[in-house]
Design a protein around this ligand. Structure first.
Ligand code: HGY
Ligand code: MN
Ligand code: MN
Length: 406
């Protein structure tokens, strides 16, 4: 058990306290909680010998100089879902910092620089967006996203401004370096496979594509006591039909998952027939053809349900990200690093999305998964062991060394 692994675990606990919700972990994009997390991460990056800066969109970026023109990119995200676990995102940032800290403490310089990114918005909790931070880095930021508003009506642009960035200069966040060796992200598996196989780490071969939509059924609010059942235009019953249709459809194809995670009912009073029901739809599959076909079928089902129940329905596409194959070059290098650390290399796909999806537009990507208890994630019960974190730090350090020997 290395001191570095223990330090990473302690740092995950410190970051967990940086939350908008007392007693729970909720750290949205450009929030005060994120500002507090940056104070810690900035200091840890600085102590690891990195030059640290925050860019306009709100990524924290640490650079460890090397002896050549190329750059290796490492990192993950610091934002979280609501009532999150403490490792989804922060573990990857902190393991990357630990690998650089090991170099710094040994006074070592590699033939390339390392940039560690603490991305600002992977989950999209505050704005329903995805990957605002890594998109800015990859030059894929959608300017229209600046006008997105959160639950308080605050736009992305003003959130960036109050966080200390200039929304008019997001373009400056684009990564300038052209000589990239790749991007490698360490992340908890968020699934049960590594635990079932008794493995501390796994190598990601591909990341599933994902489509997100918002579906809003509108009917007619009415008195729960006076409107006969055959005269109602109840929006919630249509949404309820959709929730079960989404579940039933997802069981029809191997490797397909589809989820309704959010359901908002208006006006939301016990004695009022719901006039409006808004639901989220999240569809994922490793094959983009299957994903788009199933998503279209579910949207057609929503329109048919609305017609049959004499409702109107609006569908908004929130985001769509294609499946990404990890670079065989980085997969092989990670496999060699795992072997050199006396562990068994094992490849698996990721059902979860990661900043690596966006980074794949810039350079080769690789990911190392860390076993998590019961595969539980997006849940405060998220848990990893210090020993497994130690393995992840050793593998990432070995990966970096192997890259330096190429
Ligand atoms: O939804 C995801 O796959 C990731 O946690 N943002
Ligand atoms: Mn997540
Ligand atoms: Mn994540």
């Amino acid at each position: 058990m290395t001191d570095l692994a223990r330090a990473v675990m302690e740092r995950c606990d410190l970051l967990a306290a940086c939350s908008e919700d007392p007693g729970r972990i909720t750290r949205p994009f450009a929030s005060d909680a994120m500002r507090r997390a940056h104070v810690y991460a900035h200091e840890w990056m600085r102590r690891a010998g990195m030059h640290v800066r925050r860019d306009n969109v709100g990524n924290l970026r640490g650079r460890y100089e090397g002896e050549g023109p190329s750059t290796l990119l490492l990192g993950s995200h610091l934002d979280s879902v609501r009532d999150a676990g403490r490792y989804d995102g922060p573990l990857g940032v902190l393991v990357a910092i630990a690998a650089v800290q090991r170099l710094h403490e040994a006074n070592r310089r590699l033939p390339f620089a390392i940039e560690v990114f603490a991305f600002a918005d992977e989950e999209g909790l505050r704005y329903g967006s995805t990957y605002l931070g890594s998109r800015a880095l990859a030059g894929q930021f959608v300017v229209g996203d600046l006008a997105l508003t959160d639950a308080e009506g605050i736009t992305v642009a003003s959130a960036i401004e109050s966080f200390g960035g200039d929304p008019a200069r997001i373009e400056d966040d684009r990564l300038q370096s052209v000589d990239l060796l790749g991007y490698c992200e360490v992340h908890i598996e968020q699934g049960p496979i590594l635990e079932a196989r008794g493995l501390p780490v796994g190598i990601v071969s591909a990341i599933a594509g994902q489509s997100r939509f918002e579906i809003v059924f509108s009917g007619e609010a009415g008195h729960a006591g006076t409107v006969p059942m055959d005269r109602r235009r109840d929006a919630l019953t249509a949404a309820a039909e959709m929730v079960l249709a989404v579940e039933a459809t997802a069981t029809t194809e191997k490797g397909l998952v589809a989820t309704v995670g959010k359901l908002e009912v208006e006006p939301g009073a016990a004695n009022v027939i719901p006039g409006q029901a808004a639901l989220s739809l999240d569809v994922r599959h490793a094959d983009d053809g299957v994903r788009t076909r199933v998503a279209e079928a579910l949207l057609a089902r929503a329109r048919e349900t609305a017609r049959r129940r004499k409702l109107s329905v609006e569908v908004r596409a929130v985001s769509s990200n294609p499946a990404v194959r990890c670079s065989p070059r980085l997969v092989n290098l990670l496999a060699q690093a795992v072997k050199d650390c006396r562990q068994q290399p094992f490849e698996l796909t990721s059902g979860a999305g990661h900043d690596a999806v966006v980074m794949s537009s810039l350079t080769d990507v690789g990911m190392l998964f860390v076993r998590c208890k019961g595969g539980v994630s997006h849940n405060p019960a998220e848990s990893v062991t210090t020993a497994d974190v130690g393995v992840a730090i050793d593998v990432l350090s070995r990966f970096v060394d192997l890259l330096g020997q190429q």
